[in-house]
Design a binder for this molecule. Structure first.
Ligand SMILES: Cc1cc2nc3c(=O)[nH]c(=O)nc-3n(C[C@H](O)[C@H](O)[C@H](O)COP(=O)(O)O)c2cc1C
Length: 167
């Protein structure tokens, strides 16, 4: 069971949690929602608020849902769900029903859809969105390495308005 905790009570390592364990970014409504795996992102403080950063390429179906809604969720899972995250990072919701294929259970009692199997869920209110500006690269090798298709990420900053943790 997920229970609400205060952001201040979180004990986590963002580098392993996001970079190694990965997360699902979910957004939408009960009628239509989607999720995708992400291993890039951030947790921190901006404008005096606890925030998450999410980086979404323009071709992701999930972007349509994050764009059209006020809130998104970041879902973190235990190691036993790694295959599910790999699946959600290799398939598009345009082609498959990812919840059906993975057996994940969506919940709709928060401001964004999230998954009951998650060990930790961060519900985030969008504050700012900006496409990555290639002119900003101080190290141009990053542009060459990560953007040969010029599909620059959309950068989102979201206020963490609710933290749900597995009891
Ligand atoms: C481990 C892993 C991490 C990923 N991280 C990101 C990311 O941070 N941003 C992004 O745009 N895509 C990322 N992806 C790719 C998307 O998850 C993938 O393209 C997915 O199929 C998109 O699904 P959608 O079209 O249903 O949104 C990642 C994929 C994997 C496997």
């Amino acid at each position: 069971m997920l229970e609400k905790i205060r952001p201040e009570d979180l004990t986590l390592n963002p580098f392993t949690l996001i970079g190694k364990e990965w997360m699902l970014i979910s957004a939408g409504t009960e009628q239509k929602y989607n999720m995708m795996t992400a291993s890039w992102g951030g947790l921190g403080v901006f404008w005096g608020k606890n925030v998450s950063h999410a980086y979404i390429r323009p071709q992701r179906y999930t972007l349509e849902f994050v764009d059209s809604q006020e809130y998104y969720a970041l879902n973190f899972f235990g190691e036993e769900h790694k295959k599910t995250l790999a699946y959600c990072g290799a398939n598009s919701g345009r082609d498959v029903d990812k919840a059906k294929e993975t057996g994940l259970t969506p919940a709709f009692d928060a401001k964004a859809p999230y998954f009951k199997e998650a060990k930790l869920v961060l519900i985030c209110k969008k504050l700012h969105k900006q496409p990555l500006d290639p002119a900003g690269f101080i190290d141009p090798s990053l542009d060459e390495k990560w953007y040969p298709e010029k599909d620059y990420h959309e950068l989102f900053v979201g206020e963490i308005v609710e933290v749900l943790q597995q009891k």
